[in-house]
Design a protein around this ligand. Structure first.
Ligand code: SF4
Length: 681
C-alpha cells in the first residue's frame, strides 16, 4: 500500500494505491486533510493510463523527409538530441535552444529543468505552461503582498469565513472535493457568492450568483470598492496601520457608481449594492479568484482590484479571511517557484537580482556570471521559434502546447519551423506527434517526487510500481542531455537528493524549502513553505503580523478598466469563453485516454435565445469563428449561459485555435477567457 497524491489538479488529493495482482487500485486516504478521502472521477480512475496501449515505451525518431517514425535506443536518441543542440548552439548561440516545462512536473523536475537551461545549455529561453495558468494572480499577489502563495492559508479556512466571494472559479467541477468546504461554510451560516458568466455547478451551490459579461470582473470590483467607500465601510484603522496606496484607489473608484458598473458588466446595480452591503457587514470575508478572473489581457489588474476589495475590508492577515488564488495545475504553485520560469531562479528568486544569482550559482557550483538573464515568456517564446534571433530547437517536458496554447494554429506553424523539436511525454500527445524526437518518460505512480498544492503545502508523491521497461524518469533524461552537451557539473537523478539540493538553492528565498525533507512530509501530511530550518514548523498562514514587502505593509494598487483586447463588433458579435469539464484535465492528453472517463469531444454551449436566433439545435453541429480560426462541434443549448456568450471546453484540439493571444503586460498571461466570435448553425 502506497500513500500518494492524484496526478491531476492543484488540490493534490491524497490517495492510496494498492496492488491487486497485476492491477493497481486507487483507494481513499481519509487522514489526508485536504480531501479527507474524497476524490473526483478523475482521481478514482487515475491508474487508467497504466499499461495503456498508447503508452510510449521506447524513444522515437522521426525522419523529416519521409515523416516516418522509427523506434531507437536511449543512447542513440540522447546522442542525436545533444549533437543537434551542440550544432545549433555553435551556429546561433546559446539562446538558439528553448526549453518549455509544465505545471504538472514535480518540484524536482522543475528545478532540474531550470538548471538544465541555465547551467548545461546556457540559454535564457525557458518558460512553462503555468504562465498560462495563474501568472496574473502571481504577479498581483507579488505587487500587493510582496509574495505569491496561491492560498496564504489552508483551504479549510474557507469553512470559517462569513462571506466567500468566488470570482471566476468553477471548483465544484474542476476540483469537486473542495466543494465540501463551501457546503460546510453554508452549514455554518456563511454566505457564498459566485461571479461567473455561466451558472455552473459551483454557482448552484451559492447563495448569490452574479453573471457579468466576460471580461468585466475588474469593473465589478471597482464598483464594490466605490460602494464600500460611499458606505463608510472601509476599515480605516487597518488601512492606516497595514497598507499604503488607499487614497489612489479611492480616487480611481470614485467614478464607478453602480449604474455605470451595470452598463459595463450587465450586473444589476441593485445586485452590486447587495454584494457591497453583505461584505460591509461581514466580520470575516474572503475573496478567491481563479482562471475566469485571471486569464485576461488585464488579468493582473483584475486580481489587484479584488485584492483591493479584500484590503479595504481589512481582511488579509486576519484568521479565516483575506484573498487567495485557486491554482489550477497539479504543481502550478511549486512549478513557478523553482526556476522553470523565464524570470526566476529557485526559491522564487528573481533572475535579475545579483544576490540571488550569487546564491544559486554557489549551490550549482558555477560562476554567477555564467548564468543567463531573463528570457521570453511562454507565448512569446513559442512565437519566436524558428524566427531570426529566436530558438531553433525546443525541448518540451510535461506540456501539450498545440492543444493548450492560445492561437494554437500559429503556434503549430512556429513548431514546424524549428530545426529540432524534442518532446518528453508518456503518450503520443498532439505535440509529441510533431516532434523529431520523442522520449518516453515515467508517470506519476512510477516515480517519487514532491508537489506543492494550492495552499503552499509541499506533499510527496511516492512510487507505487515500477515503470514499463524502456521508460525513464524525466530526471534521468535531463541528466542524460546535460552530460552530453558538456554540462560543467553532474546532474543528480535521485529525487530525494535533487530535493535536498533544491532546498539549499531555495534557502533564504521567498519560497524557502530548506527545512523540508521527505521524512517530514510523510510524518506531517505535508509541510507549508516558508520552512527555512529543520526545526521550523512551516507556515500554514501568512501575513498575520506583516506582509512581505520591506516595510511590512500591503499595497493597494489603483487600476483602470480597459476592457477585453478584442471587443465584440458587427462581424464577431458574441463573447467566446473557455474552460474545463469535470471528467477531463487540461489538454486531455492523459484523461482522454482513460476508458472510464467520458470523452464527449468539444462542444459549443449556447443559450436558447441565441440558438433560436441562428437556427441551432441541441446536439447538432454549429460553427464558431474568430479572427484566428473556426471550430465545428455539436451545440449544447443551455439556459445557464449568458445569451451573448458562447463556451467551449479546452480539453480537445480546437478551442485554442479560436482564442486570443493578447498578453497581460505584467504577467504575460494570454487572454484565454474572452474574445469576439460569431456562431452559425
Ligand atoms: Fe482531487 Fe483534483 Fe485529482 Fe480530482 S483531479 S481527485 S479534485 S486532485
Amino acid at each position: 500500500m502506497t500513500q500518494t497524491h492524484c496526478p491531476y489538479c492543484s488540490l493534490q488529493c491524497g490517495m492510496t494505491l494498492e496492488r491487486a495482482g497485476r492491477t493497481l487500485e486507487v483507494q481513499a486516504w481519509p487522514e489526508f486533510p485536504v480531501n479527507e478521502g474524497a476524490l473526483c472521477r478523475k482521481g478514482w480512475t487515475a491508474t487508467g493510463l497504466r499499461g495503456h496501449r498508447e503508452r510510449l515505451t521506447t524513444p522515437l525518431v522521426r525522419d523529416r523527409e519521409t515523416g516516418e517514425v522509427r523506434a531507437t535506443g536511449w543512447d542513440e536518441a540522447l546522442d542525436l538530441v545533444a549533437g543537434r543542440l551542440r550544432e545549433l548552439r555553435t551556429s546561433y548561440g546559446a539562446d538558439a535552444v528553448g526549453v518549455f516545462g509544465g505545471g504538472g512536473l514535480t518540484n524536482e523536475k522543475a528545478y532540474q529543468l531550470g538548471k538544465l537551461a541555465r547551467v548545461a545549455l546556457g540559454t535564457s529561453q525557458i518558460d512553462y505552461n503555468g504562465r498560462w495558468c495563474m501568472s496574473s494572480a502571481a504577479s498581483a499577489a507579488n505587487r500587493a503582498f510582496g509574495i505569491d502563495r496561491g492560498l496564504p492559508f489552508p483551504l479549510a479556512d474557507v469553512e470559517q469565513t462569513d462571506v466567500l466571494v468566488l470570482v471566476g472559479s468553477n471548483l465544484a467541477e474542476t476540483m469537486p472535493p473542495a466543494a465540501r468546504h463551501l457546503d460546510r461554510l453554508r452549514a455554518n451560516g456563511g454566505h457564498v457568492v459566485v461571479i461567473d458568466p455561466r451558472r455552473t455547478p459551483t454557482a448552484d451551490r451559492a447563495d448569490t450568483f452574479l453573471q457579468p459579461v466576460p471580461g468585466t470582473d475588474l469593473p465589478l470590483a471597482l464598483g464594490v470598492l466605490h460602494l464600500l467607500d460611499a458606505m463608510g465601510a472601509v476599515d480605516e484603522p487597518y488601512v492606516a496601520a497595514r497598507t499604503t496606496g488607499w487614497d489612489d484607489v479611492r480616487r480611481a473608484v470614485a467614478a464607478w457608481w453602480p449604474e455605470r458598473v451595470e452598463r459595463v458588466t450587465g450586473v444589476p446595480a441593485s445586485s452590486l449594492r447587495a454584494l457591497a452591503t453583505l461584505l460591509a457587514g461581514a466580520d470575516r470575508a474572503m475573496v478567491l479568484t481563479a482562471r475566469g478572473a485571471e486569464q485576461h489581457a488585464q488579468g493582473t489588474d483584475t486580481v489587484l482590484a479584488w485584492i483591493d476589495v479584500a484590503l479595504a475590508l481589512g481582511m488579509p492577515g486576519r484568521p479565516f479571511a483575506g484573498y487567495g488564488c485557486l491554482t489550477g495545475q497539479g504543481n502550478g504553485q511549486g512549478g513557478r517557484e523553482h526556476g522553470q520560469k523565464a524570470d526566476q531562479l529557485p526559491g522564487y528568486r528573481m533572475i535579475d537580482d545579483p544576490a540571488a544569482r550569487e546564491h544559486v550559482a554557489r549551490v550549482w557550483g558555477v560562476p554567477a556570471a555564467t548564468l543567463p538573464g531573463k528570457g521570453r515568456s511562454a507565448y512569446e517564446l513559442l512565437g519566436a521559434l524558428g524566427t531570426d534571433g529566436g530558438p531553433k530547437a525546443l525541448l518540451v517536458f510535461g506540456s501539450n502546447i498545440v492543444v493548450s496554447a492560445p492561437n494554437a494554429t500559429h503556434v503549430a506553424s512556429r513548431l514546424a519551423d524549428l530545426d529540432l523539436l524534442v518532446v518528453a511525454d508518456i503518450v503520443m500527445s498532439e505535440t509529441a506527434a510533431l516532434a523529431d524526437v520523442v522520449l518516453p518518460v515515467t508517470q506519476w505512480a512510477e516515480e517519487t517526487g514532491t508537489m506543492t498544492n494550492l495552499e503552499g503545502r509541499v506533499i510527496l508523491r511516492q512510487r507505487a510500481v515500477a515503470p514499463p521497461e524502456g521508460v525513464r524518469s524525466d530526471l534521468d533524461v535531463i541528466a542524460g542531455i546535460a552530460s552530453r552537451v558538456g554540462a560543467p557539473v553532474v546532474f543528480e537523478t535521485d529525487p530525494e537528493a535533487v530535493f535536498a539540493e533544491l532546498g539549499r538553492a531555495s534557502s533564504g528565498g521567498r519560497a524557502d524549502y530548506a527545512g523540508i525533507t521527505y521524512d517530514r512530509i510523510r510524518e506531517e501530511n505535508g509541510v507549508f513553505w516558508p520552512c527555512p530550518t529543520d526545526d521550523h514548523p512551516g507556515t500554514p498562514r501568512l501575513f498575520a503580523s506583516s506582509f512581505a514587502h520591506e516595510d511590512g505593509r500591503a499595497r493597494f494598487v489603483a487600476v483602470e478598466h480597459r476592457g477585453p483586447a478584442e471587443p465584440v463588433d458587427a462581424a464577431y458579435p458574441l463573447h467566446l469563453t473557455t474552460g474545463r469539464v469535470l471528467a477531463q484535465y487540461q489538454s486531455g492528453a492523459q484523461t482522454r485516454r482513460v476508458r472510464e472517463l467520458p470523452d464527449d469531444g468539444p462542444f459549443v454551449e449556447l443559450h436558447p435565445m441565441l440558438a433560436d436566433r441562428i437556427g441551432a439545435h441541441d446536439g447538432e453541429p454549429v460553427v464558431v469563428t474568430t479572427r484566428r480560426g473556426e471550430l465545428k462541434a455539436p451545440a449544447r443549448v443551455v439556459d445557464t449561459i449568458r445569451p451573448d456568450t458562447v463556451f467551449v471546453p479546452f480539453h480537445w484540439v480546437g478551442a485554442n485555435r479560436l482564442t486570443n493571444d493578447a498578453l497581460d503586460p505584467v504577467s504575460r498571461m494570454p487572454e484565454f477567457k474572452v474574445c469576439a466570435c460569431a456562431v452559425t448553425a
